[in-house]
Design a binder for this molecule. Structure first.
Ligand code: DHE
Length: 512
């Protein structure tokens, strides 16, 4: 038998090692809010995929001090510095069991707040429903709906945690759909200004697309590696498609897009050298094994083309896309800057684009100049806007800007395109490019020292709305002709804003 003192020391040691086990720390302090298996509950998921955008120091400081304006309190008074470090390291590691999110989990998460059939047919306010702006405020995870004529908010509501990608609209502009990085898809009614339905489609989601007939939402996930098709009537899951390449290897989804003129979704993959297209035309041609593979292809059997992926093999992973106006061609770039043009009908590469750096094709715009169809996009790691002639697939100009930018915007009714430099020390300056001469003609610093970025025009192109992406930040209305500030609205890190008319009419100056 051990002497009493040694037994007490052993007990103390075992208690200490228990307290220092990060899984136990998680159970004791985090599980109630962040959920079983770190999958998220009332607070966001804490899986490596959910945390990869935070710097290691940020995780530590959030555990220590909490997050302002949220229920996340600091734990510095309850956990030692060593335990906080252990917990932070552990959260960055993948769980021993791969977390699952199946259709039964989706169905269990689904909430239908309203029956769409009971909704009134007209908006309950006087503002032009097509000139509304939906503003995503990342600072406190809210969305504001703005009257685009008077520049006044008509609604503000809490969103799911960390919305990403542009919200997408139904073809009539009535409903807007959001995707959160945590896997939630939300449907909001812009006529009655109420949430209609929500569902969690995955544990980590990239973005969503809405079909041009308004019937479907397609969400692309990185965890699990799936595509989830939802019926917009109630956001009910219709099918879940595992994303596997020809060799059966799983791939994360990079983004999903609606190719309206083709009546199909196009899917960019992060880990597979393939491009997927999912037709929502009921008479879509069947898919024949041997020509392409399918996620559930039976040997020797053709499967229906309708709502099933048709695969175009690529010679490299390409995950940043831009479509020509007819959606016949897609310009595609890899993260190392290689870029090519794929013809979606012949399913083959038709040109190589001489790009380098990190072109951000997804942020591109189109316009005409002397009868040529031009496309321009910023570059994420060098200060330039690249202009490509889409008739000849040639780079016609590299417009130098003082620093790498993220978003480029214009409108049919303005001769100017606006680009930010938010990835550089000149993040407080917007550069105004004349689309006729392809020259930078003005610099605009609305709030010195702060991030001035992401522009969207009113439906008539008269005003440009600019984000001051800070918490607290602002949304500034600028006269697009005089470049004078017209109005400023306080906002919490307005990361992006989206004009209903420009989106549903696929304005050439904005994202779709
Ligand atoms: Fe985004 C759109 C990818 C980081 C804000 N971003 C998109 C889209 C893609 C994409 C593919 C187009 C989908 C769509 O609109 O439906 N973004 C990526 C990345 O790969 C990247 C670099 C790293 C990542 O972890 O995802 C990335 N994005 C960011 C940010 O850090 C930004 C600035 C802040 C944030 O909230 O995450 C950011 N991305 C945005 C915004 C849009 C977007 C505001 C919509 C732009 C639009 O006007 O349509």
């Amino acid at each position: 038998m051990l002497p009493k003192l040694s037994a007490a020391i052993l007990l103390l040691l075992s208690l200490q090692s228990l307290a220092a086990d990060p899984a136990t720390l998680y159970q004791q302090h985090c599980l109630t809010c962040h959920g079983n298996q770190r999958m998220g509950s009332m607070a966001p998921a804490l899986l490596p995929q959910s945390l990869e955008r935070l710097k290691p120091g940020e995780i530590l400081s959030v555990i220590r001090q909490g997050r302002p304006a949220t229920q996340m309190q600091g734990f510095a008074d309850r956990l030692s510095a060593e335990d906080i470090q252990l917990l932070a390291n552990w959260l960055r590691q993948a769980p021993s069991e791969v977390p699952q999110w199946r259709e039964q989990d989706m169905n269990a998460s689904r909430v239908q707040y309203l029956d769409p059939a009971t909704l009134p047919t007209r908006p309950g306010y006087r503002a032009d429903p097509h000139n509304l702006f939906v503003v995503v405020e990342a600072g406190d995870h809210h969305v504001s709906v703005l009257d685009g004529d008077r520049f006044e908010p008509i609604a503000r509501f809490q969103s799911r945690f960390a919305l990403h990608g542009g919200p997408k609209f139904s073809p009539d502009g009535r409903f807007v759909y959001f995707a959160s990085r945590d896997g939630w898809v939300s449907q909001y009614d812009l006529y009655t200004l109420q949430m209609v339905a929500e569902i969690r489609v995955g544990l980590n989601t990239r973005n969503l697309a809405v079909s041009s007939d308004g019937r479907w939402v397609l969400a692309g996930n990185t965890l699990p590696e799936t595509l989830v098709l939802l019926d917009t009537n109630g956001l009910k899951p219709v099918k879940t498609i595992p994303v596997k390449d020809r060799s059966g290897k799983l791939s994360r989804v990079s983004a999903v897009y609606d190719a309206a003129p083709r009546r199909s979704f196009v899917v960019a993959l992060k880990d597979a050298s393939e491009l997927w297209e999912i037709s929502y035309r009921e008479d879509a041609e069947p898919i024949y094994p041997g020509y392409v593979h399918d996620y559930k292809m039976g040997e020797g059997l053709a499967i229906p083309g309708y709502l099933n992926p048709r695969v175009t093999p690529l010679d490299m992973v390409l995950d940043d896309f831009f479509f020509d106006t007819r959606y016949q061609h897609v310009m595609a770039a890899s993260r190392d800057g290689s870029a090519q043009v794929i013809n979606l009908d012949s399913r083959s590469k038709v040109a190589t684009l001489p790009l380098d750096g990190m072109p951000h094709l997804g942020s591109g715009i189109t316009f005409e100049q002397d009868g040529h169809h031009l496309m321009a996009s910023p570059n994420l790691n060098s200060g330039r806007v690249t202009v490509i002639d889409m008739d000849r697939w040639q780079v016609v100009k590299q417009i130098t800007t003082p620093g790498p930018g993220f978003f480029l915007r214009s409108h049919e009714q303005t001769p100017y395109a606006w680009v930010d430099a938010m990835m550089s020390p000149r993040k407080d300056t917007l550069f105004i490019i004349d689309k006729r001469t392809l020259q930078v003609v003005r610099e605009l610093t609305l709030r010195p020292g702060k991030t001035n970025a992401h522009v969207e025009f009113t439906r008539d192109g008269r005003y440009a709305l600019v984000s001051i992406m800070e918490s607290p930040g602002e949304l500034i209305v600028v006269d697009a002709r005089t470049l004078q500030e017209v109005k400023s609205l306080p906002m919490m890190k307005p990361i992006g804003k989206y004009n209903v008319y420009n989106k549903v009419n696929r304005s050439e100056g904005t994202s779709h």
